[in-house]
Design a protein around this ligand. Structure first.
Ligand SMILES: NC(=O)c1ccc[n+]([C@@H]2O[C@H](COP(=O)([O-])OP(=O)(O)OC[C@H]3O[C@@H](n4cnc5c(N)ncnc54)[C@H](OP(=O)(O)O)[C@@H]3O)[C@@H](O)[C@H]2O)c1
Length: 294
């Protein structure tokens, strides 16, 4: 039943790592109309055009936040080049269907994307004007999704993030909870030559709220805007949470030689474009790490 006090919002991936935090924080603000494949009452597969169109047609929401994706990068590599595979169907076909629905029923579409659209060869922070050049299949399919949205007729926002982590534990372990587990078990070997831009989900969902309300259009990088090595992030996490255990340095280049899936050496993002217009304070990574519950 429609709650008059709440704003209707279409959302995909609301049961995932990020979507469930959004749903938790904004339970009182939005009436979430979820397109969720595992919904026990009304499951929606975003690749099913008929179901998605009928969902959009009935909805009074002005915006759809699109979080659903196949996010297991290593599993995605096994399907590289396969346009009939699940990774392609969810990430590309699903986005295509949502984009067509947004055009037909005049909705603003917010696509949550990834720093893995870049090749990771840049030493400094990636900006929104840097050329994308994915080196593995998950990143490639997300880059295709971005192209679909950018060439659409509806209004859109693309929010790129990297290695998201939340304050509370979640079924799918995020980078902070995964590292904390390894450190506490005394078995943490962390790369000191692999860099990323941690994204604090508790802050990022507020960025999404800002994007919904402002309908800003274009591509925005929305991480912490900081660049961390895995090793330094692990040490900072250990200090913040007073974790027992020893952290050893590991070498990405040596690790890469044993793997077939390519790893981006640096996916840290420059967020100045967003920070210029964002009316919110973002926590630094060190501040965010202190809020983590195990
Ligand atoms: N996690 C990361 O490291 C990371 C980094 C950068 C960007 N991102 C982007 O951020 C977004 C959210 O990521 P996340 O980590 O929160 O994802 P997640 O936890 O893996 O959740 C993915 C969601 O997509 C849903 N889904 C999968 N296939 C679907 C389909 N065919 N139809 C409808 N729903 C479907 C899943 O539903 P079920 O649970 O029911 O299967 C789940 O709710 C994604 O777009 C991802 O590309 C994530």
């Amino acid at each position: 039943m429609q709650n008059e006090a709440k704003q209707a919002l279409l959302i995909t991936g609301s049961s995932g790592l990020i979507g469930s935090k959004f749903a938790q924080i904004y339970a009182d603000k939005y009436e979430l109309q979820t397109l969720d494949i595992s919904d026990p009452i009304q499951p929606v597969d975003i690749t099913d055009e008929q179901t998605v169109f009928s969902f959009f047609e009935k909805s009074t929401a002005k915006t759809c936040v699109h979080l659903a994706a196949f996010t297991d990068v290593t599993a995605a590599w096994q399907q590289r080049g396969d346009t009939n595979g699940l990774v392609y169907r969810v990430n590309v076909t699903g986005t295509e269907v949502l984009s067509r629905a947004a055009s037909k029923f005049d909705k603003h579409l917010i696509l949550v994307s990834t720093a893995y659209v870049f090749d990771g060869k840049k030493d400094t922070l990636y900006t929104e004007t840097d050329t994308t050049n994915p080196i593995e299949w998950y990143g490639q399919t997300k880059a295709y999704a971005e192209e679909i949205v950018m060439s659409s007729l509806h209004s859109w926002t693309i929010a790129r993030i990297d290695q998201p982590f939340r304050s509370d534990p979640f079924a799918k372990l995020d980078v902070a909870h995964k590292f904390a587990q390894k450190i506490s078990q005394g078995a943490a070997k962390l790369f000191d030559n692999h860099y990323f831009g941690p994204t604090f989900i508790d802050d990022f969902v507020r960025v999404l709220d800002f994007m919904i309300q402002s309908r800003i259009s274009g591509i925005f990088h929305a991480t912490s805007g900081e660049k961390w090595s895995d090793y330094d992030f692990g040490v900072a996490l250990q200090n913040a949470l007073s974790l027992p255990g020893k952290i050893e340095r590991n070498d990405l280049d040596a690790y890469q030689k044993q793997q077939t899936r390519p790893y981006q050496a640096n996916t840290a993002l420059n967020c100045k474009k967003l920070l210029k217009i964002l009316p919110l304070e973002q926590k630094s990574v060190v501040e965010a790490l202190k809020l983590i519950e195990l």
